[in-house]
Design a protein around this ligand. Structure first.
Ligand SMILES: Nc1ncnc2c1ncn2[C@@H]1O[C@H](COP(=O)(O)OP(=O)(O)OP(=O)(O)O)[C@@H](O)[C@H]1O
Ligand SMILES: [Mg+2]
Length: 222
């Protein structure tokens, strides 16, 4: 279980974006998060991923409080909890071909098995990407392609939780539906947990039974 406990966050000049926010994502479950643009959904996600520091509050994973000073704990957490950002290009080195970025993540986490290329091939197939994207730089692919490459890299690390922040918003409706179906399949097989963030309440409702709305810094169940 992944928990956020009493998180508050203010941005300079923006006031308090998150006010004593708590949530929990159960193993194998999908939690939806909706809210108007600028309400703080990505801020919440980035704090959950420890990419941003909260002003107060705690993150707990599998019963343990996360401590950013504990390198071993953070490395494991960074593999187990994967983030697909609404700005996927900022998670790729612009000077590296996508294939190198995708493989590097596996190397860092010691997952560079002899089957790595085969696994990458089948994941690319699953997200409807041609293998030729591996030989391209981030500026040489479309927004939808880099979003799917990010998804492929995340799944390669065999995460336990996926935080999807507008992760399919750049895709055509038909591709979006195919990818959401793939994610649902993976969820069943691997008992993956999701935090599914979107403006699009319809997509969130299709993906998650339990939905939270973030408004004026506070969460409520809808
Ligand atoms: N690093 C930052 N420094 C200052 N302000 C920030 C920073 N990051 C986000 N903000 C501000 O915090 C508010 C919430 O931003 P956030 O990106 O979390 O919203 P969001 O709900 O994800 O919006 P959207 O649905 O458009 O993606 C916005 O007003 C934004 O400008
Ligand atoms: Mg956002």
């Amino acid at each position: 279980m992944l928990e956020m406990k009493n998180i508050s966050k203010s941005w300079k000049g923006n006031g308090e974006v998150l006010k004593d926010v708590s949530l929990s994502i159960q193993k194998g479950h999908s939690l939806g998060l909706v809210g108007p643009s600028g309400c703080g959904k990505s801020t919440l996600a980035r704090i959950l991923l420890c990419l941003e520091q909260a002003d107060s509050g705690e993150i707990h994973y599998e019963g343990c409080k996360l401590n950013s000073g504990n390198k071993r704990q953070m490395k494991q957490y960074r593999r187990k909890v994967q983030y697909i950002s609404q700005h996927p290009e900022s998670f790729f080195d612009p000077n590296w071909k996508l294939g190198k970025s995708i493989r590097e993540a596996s190397f860092i986490h010691g997952l560079n098995t002899p089957e790595l290329n085969e696994k990458i091939g089948s994941l690319l197939l699953g997200v409807h990407l041609n293998e030729s994207v591996l030989e391209r730089y981030p500026y040489q692919v479309s927004g939808g392609e880099i979003q799917r490459a990010a998804l492929c890299r995340a799944l390669l690390l065999e995460p336990e939780v996926l935080v999807l922040d507008e992760a399919t918003s750049m895709l055509d409706i038909s591709v979006q539906a195919q990818i959401l179906n793939i994610l649902k399949e993976i969820q069943k097989v691997r008992s993956l947990s999701f935090l599914f963030i979107s403006h699009d309440a319809e997509v969130v409702t299709w993906f998650s039974k339990e939905i939270l709305e973030l408004k004026e810094g506070m969460l409520r169940k809808i």
